[in-house]
Unconditional design. Sequence first.
Length: 284
Amino acid sequence: MDQTRLLKALDDLPLGAVKYFERVGSTNDEASTWVAQDAPDLALVIAEEQTAGRGRQGRIWTTVPGASLAFSLVIYPTEKSAHILPRLTALGALAVRDTLQKYYGLHSQIKWPNDVVVNRRKLAGVLAEAQWIGDQLGALVLGIGINIAAASIGTALREDGLRFPATYIESILERPVDRLELLHNVLAEVLRWRTRLASPEFLQEWEASLAFRGERVQIITGQSVGKDGLPPGLEGHPPTVVEGMILGLAHDGSLRLRTQSGEVVTVRAGEVRLRLMETSPIYE
Ligand code: BTN
């Protein structure tokens, strides 16, 4: 990837501006800094390599040159209240899901809240970080990482596939994938879904693609999740564990579960980690 080819590939999209880095700490961090310096709406930061890429729940996200896509998009929401945040964070996952289906014929699902999985293996992750002005949403940095070639998931992950089930597009399609084309298509889908954020269809599509529906899972809530998805004041609750069967989504994008006692509980977006139980491998 180089800047000229990148700009050419994206020139039909109404992006605010584009910053390309051969190597950067984290594209989310670059995008947040840019927001502080008045980044325009739909400013894109993309890097060939990240040296301090971050995932949710404080996980590390490795990005080596040539093997994946790692980018962050700045979105200034028109709706400023916190209740739109789960939908904004799901934008990325829905966009990746639709791109995989439309352009590559690949069926994927969304592991709530916003990982994309194929055959129960993680193919892409989304790190959405909100910036707040008081209790109003200021900007959202939507960071998306997609595993494309083998090197994107690292030797340890490939060999220990049960504990850390991850996958990459080229292993499923068994052919090379043009990264710029993929990037273009994902961004186009983000823009398309953004105009329909508040629609019933948005929630329906998100719910219809929920992975592990009807399965018993364990949710760990209230981890120290930093800025990921939480309005001020809600960070840093002590972890609690909720176990239950995934029923679907509540209107605000929370996950609905039926616990063993038959009670239906909801868990809010951005606060959880999902682990499959019993015979299933640990899945984070
Ligand atoms: C997760 O699965 O926990 C989320 C992973 C998000 C990774 C992307 S790569 C681009 C952007 N920059 C980062 O540092 N993280 C996100």
